[in-house]
Design a protein around this ligand. Structure first.
Ligand SMILES: [Zn+2]
Length: 137
């Protein structure tokens, strides 16, 4: 069996033989992109950190929202009226959710993972627990 020669591919793909992070000339394997792990992690941190921060912050808000909805369900009962002011006081963000149902406004359910709420009037919502199965994709 002949071994597939990756050299031409690597050259075409990576072009120059310099570290992507610091620009130092590379030695060793021709498909190397970085001098070492330090340069690799510096490069990845700089490149992806803004994305990670946005995603982490959003996840934190969504997790907090879900916890508050769970607490509301315990405090007020599922399917009972919950004052939206109470949610706001707990730090709930009405700007974040994971899904919403595509019904007319008055019946629309706004969903945070497996808990939904529905506006009853301008100051009250109703909370529903949703089975994970019904949320598939
Ligand atoms: Zn480097």
């Amino acid at each position: 069996m002949t071994e597939f020669d990756t050299k031409p591919l690597a050259e075409a793909f990576y072009g120059s033989q310099n570290c992507i992070n610091c620009g130092e000339t590379l030695s060793g394997r021709r498909d190397k992109k970085f001098c070492d792990d330090h340069c690799r992690s510096l490069y990845h941190n700089q490149t992806y950190a803004p994305d990670y921060n946005l995603i982490r912050k959003t996840h934190t808000i969504l997790r907090k929202n879900r916890r508050i909805l769970l607490q509301a369900g315990i405090a007020f009962g599922e399917r009972n009226e919950v004052p939206s002011q109470w949610l706001t006081e707990q730090g709930f963000s009405f700007q974040h959710c994971t899904q919403w149902t595509d019904r007319k406004k008055t019946e629309q359910q706004i969903i945070c993972y497996d808990i939904a709420y529905q506006w009853l009037d301008r100051e009250h919502v109703r909370i529903f627990y949703i089975s994970a199965d019904s949320l598939a994709a």
